[in-house]
Design a protein around this ligand. Structure first.
Ligand code: SF4
Length: 372
């Protein structure tokens, strides 16, 4: 994959200034060109008119800015927009990007989504981004996990997704970021934590997004949850994808959980709360007839009470070729009622973009295996 320092979003302000100085330009030039990139969305150095021609040429030759090309752009009736991005060859010279290595190659594609608030008085725009190409976890109900992991995204490319979403017509500044696209963020730990630092850095050297508005969603690697609490100097929210209340069912749904128990995960979450003071979100995808019964809800109450957690219920979006079903509305509301009656803070996540390929990995999957 690409060398992280090649990408503008993989470098700190100091590194960008040093990049200028190594080439004989003043350090302040870095802020000037990052203003073009971040504030005006101009990724072609030839258009940076207030910068010396030699710097513009150096940037065109060596600086990775937009390294992924849009293969598909979908807009839902609720304003949700989804991009399928194909990443150019990371070893290609900057001047050759984002020209694609092999047109239409799903092993180079990831998805990202912009979800606007439904509240007319709110300017919240959430970017749901990917951390890896494909995913090593292989959840049985997820399109992203179907063909395994094809590679890690660099920090620069993780941030670039947010930047690309900001440049879509009518979008502008993204306020919230969730790592809920393709990939298991904690298995690409260094790139994800570097990306979070860039996302939270003030503009134009970063995207100026508050740490508390960033959610890292993981299926749970206790060692890495501990590491995130110890090493990340940004107050992000942690979401644990639980999806089952017994180890047996969880291992059936999430092959990666074979070596971890729910107890170990919840202990790591409690340690996270003690260290950071921030409550955990438990994500629970309701699969019709699989994990949406009253017994499951009562067991989730018992588990939630062992730590400081909110619960997010997610209605499953069906994926062609997979056997899992969307839960009935009555089951979803009944499940929530059991948790609420027990005093657990529990929300049903609104389904967004249902008239486009809404499930994670679905768009890429459709490109891999077109139906019809
Ligand atoms: Fe990976 Fe998340 Fe899909 Fe599981 S649900 S396979 S962790 S992308």
């Amino acid at each position: 994959m690409d060398h992280p320092t090649d990408h503008v979003f993989g470098m700190s302000a100091d590194e960008l200034a040093a990049w200028c100085e190594r080439r004989g330009f003043e350090a302040y030039r870095a802020k000037q060109f990052m203003a073009h990139v971040v504030e005006r969305g101009v990724d072609d150095p030839a258009a940076w008119h207030n910068l010396p021609p030699a710097l513009r040429k150096a940037a065109a030759d060596a600086m990775h800015i937009r390294t992924g090309d849009t293969v598909e752009h979908q807009i839902a009736t609720d304003g949700t927009q989804k991009l399928l991005i194909e990443w150019g060859d990371p070893s290609a010279p900057a001047s050759a990007l984002p020209v694609l290595g092999q047109q239409g190659d799903p092993t180079r594609q990831t998805e990202c989504v912009m979800i606007p608030s439904l509240d007319p008085g709110s300017s919240r725009k959430t970017a749901c981004i990917s951390s890896q190409v494909g995913c090593p976890v292989g959840c049985r109900f997820c399109a992203s996990g179907l063909s395994g992991l094809d590679g890690n995204l660099s920090a620069g490319r993780i941030v670039e997704q947010v930047w690309q979403l900001e440049r879509l017509p009518g979008v502008g500044r993204i306020s919230n970021v969730v790592f809920m696209g393709m990939g298991e963020p904690l298995s690409n730990f260094n790139a994800v934590t570097d990306a979070i630092r860039t996302l939270t850095r003030p503009r134009p050297f970063g995207l100026g997004i508050g740490g508390r508005k960033i959610t890292v969603s993981t299926v749970g690697l206790p060692k890495y949850i501990n590491r995130l609490a110890a090493e990340l100097d940004v107050p992000v929210t942690l979401a644990l994808s639980l999806h089952a209340t017994s180890d047996e069912l969880r291992r059936e749904l999430i092959p990666w959980s074979e070596y971890t128990t729910i107890r170990e995960l919840l202990d790591a979450c409690s340690a996270w709360f003690k260290k950071t003071g921030r409550e955990i979100t438990l994500e629970y995808t309701l699969l019709g007839g699989t994990n949406d019964g009253t017994t499951d809800a009562k067991e989730l109450v018992r588990l939630s009470r062992t730590l400081r957690a909110n619960v997010n219920l997610i209605r499953y979006n069906e994926v062609e070729g997979l056997p899992y079903r969307r839960p009935a509305d009555a089951a979803v509301h009944g499940f929530q009622a059991v948790l609420r009656e027990a005093g657990i803070n529990c929300h049903i996540r609104a389904s967004r973009g249902r008239d486009i390929a809404a499930a994670c990995g679905q768009l890429r999957h459709e490109h891999e295996a077109p139906s019809g």
